[in-house]
Design a protein around this ligand. Structure first.
Ligand code: SAM
Ligand code: SF4
Length: 328
């Protein structure tokens, strides 16, 4: 029997974000430092069987409907399609967020293994700028990855763009055109204070409101349905040429409808991106804990879910982990 997992603020939790590795082949400036990241040791990382057990308890006991694979960069984890196959068998909607740089090599295997959807991150369509942001000259590979996702039949394919003032905000319209031409949904994301270098400044965040004004002026857009528990606010182009979205994590926090929890690659369960505490599911798993013990630990952590984050307030505390270790 499934029993919905309801947090202290009345929100039903249904979405598990699973970071499958803390490693990454990129070094995006807004996410991790160019040098000096300390990767976790292999034995600290959950095995596929351990990840599957946590996901199974979430789906079978608590009725989770959504599993999202992320990282670090999930495609650098060896044999990712094997994990996808295990998780797809659970029957929840299964999606992947990737930087896309090796997607052309694995898209077909992931599809065959049962992956439902792909989100690809790309923050510039200009080669020199892409290199400056990611510290890798891999724009072409990412564009090939987007093409491969489309050719393999993933639908929808979404492209996530983190906008930063003075860095890539002048590419807003280029990205929108790119999305319209390719048939991919662009989602413009506000930069959050989760970069390992702690360089975040509010002045560099490009407010979603401004993005929507520019898009409306240039193309004409109208709001689609209410977003429910999804962080993206969705719009359609009035001429019928596709969709576009914004994720206003900073200026219009969507905490009040948050339905997700996060499992780090070393098996710590986080009730919020900005949580300062975690539940050590790896210890439960490795001490031979049964599904009841796992379920109890998950339930207890969901019981700590905050009403919302307080970015910008004096009380705001940055979590010790950076975005690359939490998974976005
Ligand atoms: N490596 C994969 C990727 O880049 O898509 C998955 C992990 S990444 C941490 C997940 C998402 O978080 C990406 O879309 C990335 O752009 C976004 N992201 C990373 N740091 C961020 C930050 N400080 N604020 C907002 N989004 C961020
Ligand atoms: Fe890697 Fe993704 Fe972070 Fe970029 S955003 S450094 S690709 S984990």
């Amino acid at each position: 029997m499934t029993v919905p997992l309801v947090d202290p603020h009345g929100r039903t939790v249904r979405d598990l974000r699973i970071s499958v590795t803390d490693r990454c082949n990129f070094r995006c400036t807004y996410c991790m430092p160019e040098e000096g990241m300390q990767w976790m040791a292999r034995e600290e990382i959950l095995t596929f069987e351990e990840i599957e057990r946590v996901a199974r308890v979430c789906v079978e006991r608590f009725g989770f409907t959504s599993l999202r694979l992320t990282g670090g960069e999930p495609t650098v984890r060896a044999h990712l399609p094997v994990l996808v196959e295990k998780l797809a068998a659970l029957g929840a909607d299964l999606a992947l967020t990737t930087n896309g740089s090796t997607l052309a090599l694995v898209a077909a295997d992931l599809r065959r293994a049962g992956l439902d959807r792909i989100n690809i991150s790309c923050d510039s369509l200009r080669r020199d700028r892409f290199l400056a942001i990611t510290k890798r000259d891999r724009l072409e590979a990412v564009l090939e990855g987007i093409d491969a996702a489309l050719a393999t039949g993933f639908s929808p394919v979404k492209v996530n763009v983190v906008l930063q003032r003075g860095v890539n905000d002048d590419e807003l319209i280029d990205f929108a055109r790119f999305g319209r031409e390719k048939g991919v949904g662009i989602r413009f994301i506000e930069w959050m204070p989760l970069d390992a270098q702690q360089a975040w400044q509010r002045a560099i965040v490009v407010p979603s409101e401004e993005v929507l004004e520019v898009l409306d002026r240039e193309f004409g857009i109208e709001a689609l349905d209410q977003r429910g528990s999804q962080p993206a606010e969705r719009y359609r182009y009035r001429d019928g040429r596709g969709e576009v979205g914004v994720i206003a994590s900073v200026t219009r926090s969507f905490c009040s409808t948050c339905d997700r929890i996060r499992l780090t690659s070393d098996g710590q369960l986080r009730a919020c991106l900005f949580a300062t505490g975690e539940a050590d599911l790896r210890s439960v798993l490795r001490a031979g804990g049964d599904d009841d013990a796992l379920a109890a630990a998950i339930e207890a952590e969901v019981g700590t879910k905050w009403a919302g984050h307080d970015i910008g307030a004096v009380t705001f505390t940055r979590p010790a982990r950076s975005m690359s270790q939490i998974g976005g």
